[in-house]
Write a protein that binds this ligand. Structure first.
Ligand SMILES: *[C@@H]1O[C@H](CO)[C@@H](O)[C@H](O)[C@H]1NC(C)=O
Ligand SMILES: *[C@@H]1O[C@H](CO)[C@@H](O)[C@H](O)[C@H]1NC(C)=O
Ligand SMILES: *[C@@H]1O[C@H](CO)[C@@H](O)[C@H](O)[C@H]1NC(C)=O
Length: 315
């Protein structure tokens, strides 16, 4: 019995240590500018805080009032260069307006963190006629990254980061369900869109990496391993209150979860590599379907149509 407890404890400590691995990058980020979508909560809030603490100028892009998060980050980091701008990833129009505003206010963007995501949704279809979960978690970021190409080009070696999750392994993505708006409204369906959107984010990092190489812009995807993120908090609390407390002990907090983001955004070790998928500051394997380049290109082309990219905006 004691042996068993020791074994379990050791495994737990090892996993915990692995998950909480810190970036070895010590780069100062003064003079750099970053945008963090969904920077108001969860790991997005964590990375906004970490970037600000290194002297980076940070723009929190979110759809709920980010003023409190902004003030909190300024207070914690003593970096006054943190601002909040409104964007609703579930609306192509506000994504366009946001990017127009950025192009006027910023001449360059060094770091773009496409982090915003929703888990469950009661809304099947957005005003743009797209699947709600897919639009917030993937289509919106896809459009936003295209529209910020100019300021990204103006930076010296800009980095774009897409946030994924281990649920990507549970995807069932096909051309036919990329934009599905007519489906039985059950949790299992919506979980599936979540998984598919997270797969698309790994795909986006790989294809953007290829297409942006000529501009010296790199792209990565990250799994924050944040089981305790706000996204699932309510769900856990509802199902198993006791387990949630244990989960919070095991899980990382928001800032710890953002270490891999910081690694991808700043590490000198990544200067010459692009397109990889990372967790716990190390390279991870990707779902097999993404090695099928033709499949990725088809999803990409269809997504260009769904988000109504103009021909001259395509890469
Ligand atoms: C804010 O950030 C920009 C870009 O990184 C920098 O040029 C500027 O000096 C910063 N301002 C302050 C007050 O730190
Ligand atoms: C997304 O799919 C629905 C049907 O499932 C369709 O009504 C809608 O027009 C599609 N959206 C776009 C932008 O093609
Ligand atoms: C990246 O490439 C440049 C030029 O090819 C080289 O000078 C530099 O040492 C490389 N950096 C890393 C981390 O490999």
């Amino acid at each position: 019995m004691i042996v068993l407890i020791l074994v379990v404890l050791t495994i737990y400590l090892l996993i915990n240590k692995w998950m909480k691995k810190k970036s070895d990058s010590l780069r100062c980020l003064m003079g750099k500018t970053a945008i963090v979508t969904g920077g108001n909560s969860g790991a997005g809030y964590g990375i906004a805080t970490l970037l600000a603490s290194r002297g980076c100028k940070v723009i929190i892009a979110d759809c709920v009032n980010g003023e409190n998060s902004r003030d909190e980050i300024i207070r914690k980091t003593q970096n006054p260069n943190v601002s909040y701008k409104y964007v609703d990833l579930s609306s192509l129009k506000t994504v366009r307006e946001f990017c127009e505003g950025i192009k006027i206010s910023e001449k360059k963007i060094d770091i773009l963190i496409n982090n915003a995501a929703i888990g469950l949704s009661t809304n099947k279809m957005t005003a743009d006629g797209l699947n709600h979960v897919m639009q917030v978690n993937f289509f919106g970021a896809f459009l936003l990254t295209h529209l910020l190409l100019e300021p990204l080009k103006n930076a010296d070696g800009a980095r774009v980061i897409f946030v994924s999750s281990a649920t990507a392994l549970l995807h069932n993505l096909r051309m036919e369900n990329l934009n599905l708006t007519d489906y039985p409204h059950t949790v299992s369906y919506i979980k599936q869109f979540y998984a598919n959107s997270k797969l698309c984010n790994i795909m986006a990092a790989r294809v953007f990496a290829k297409r942006l190489k000529k501009y010296g812009i790199t792209a990565y995807s990250v799994d924050p391993l944040l089981v305790g993120s706000q996204l699932f908090r309510k769900f856990f609390e509802f199902v198993v209150e006791k387990l949630w407390k244990i989960c919070m002990m095991v899980c990382m907090n928001e800032v710890e979860a953002a270490e891999t983001y910081l690694h991808l955004a700043s590490s000198e070790k990544l200067d010459n590599s692009s397109g990889g998928h990372y967790a716990a500051c190390s390279k991870m394997f990707i779902p097999r379907i993404l090695k099928n380049e033709q499949f990725c290109e088809e999803i990409w082309d269809e997504t260009e149509k769904l988000v109504k990219l103009e021909p001259e905006e395509r890469l």
